[in-house]
Design a protein. Structure first.
Length: 160
C-alpha cells in the first residue's frame, strides 16, 4: 500500500513540482480536482475536471489524477448527497435499496426516472452547498504541504 501511494500519488505530484508548477497552483488543482471528483453524477467528473482545468488554467493531469483517485469516495458520498439534497428541499429521500428501486421500476418506469432525476438535481444542489468550503479547506491543507515538499526538493532532500 505504501508503494502504491508513493508511485501513484507522491511521485507524480513531486514530478509536477519539479516541472515548475507552483505549490499554490498545484494545491488549487488538487483541491478542485477532489471536489469535482465527488460531484454526485457518476461519469461526469472527467469532463468537469477538464473544463475546470482549462477555465482556471490549472494542471489537468494533477486534477484528473485526484479525480480518479477519489472515485470510491464519490460512490460513497452519493447517498449522503441524495439525503442532504432531500433535507435541503424538505422532502422525504428517495428509497434507494436495490429491492425498492427494482419495485419502483416495475411499478412505473417513467415516474421512477423522473424521481431519480429530481433526486440527482437535489444532490447537485447539496454538492454546490458544500463544494466551495471543502475546496477552500483542502487548498489550505495542501498549500503548506506542497510548499514544504517543493523546498525540500530544491534543497535536494527527500521528504519522509
Amino acid at each position: 500500500m505504501r508503494r502504491f501511494f508513493q508511485t501513484k500519488i507522491v511521485d507524480p505530484i513531486a514530478d509536477l513540482l519539479r516541472q515548475g508548477i507552483s505549490p499554490e497552483k498545484l494545491a488549487l488543482g488538487l483541491a478542485v480536482g477532489i471536489v469535482i471528483g465527488i460531484f454526485p453524477v457518476v461519469g461526469a467528473t472527467t469532463l468537469l475536471c477538464a473544463l475546470a482545468a482549462l477555465f482556471l488554467k490549472l494542471n489537468m493531469p494533477a486534477m484528473q489524477l485526484v479525480n480518479y483517485l477519489v472515485y470510491p469516495l464519490q460512490i460513497l458520498l452519493l447517498i449522503p448527497f441524495f439525503h442532504l439534497g432531500a433535507w435541503l428541499f424538505g422532502i422525504e429521500p428517495l428509497p434507494l435499496s436495490p429491492a425498492q428501486l427494482v419495485e419502483m421500476f416495475k411499478t412505473d418506469l417513467w415516474e421512477t426516472f423522473h424521481r431519480l432525476w429530481d433526486t440527482t438535481l437535489r444532490a447537485i444542489a447539496a454538492w454546490c452547498l458544500v463544494s466551495l468550503p471543502v475546496a477552500a479547506c483542502l487548498y489550505y491543507i495542501f498549500r503548506p504541504l506542497l510548499r514544504t515538499s517543493s523546498r525540500l526538493k530544491k534543497a535536494g532532500m527527500k521528504p519522509h
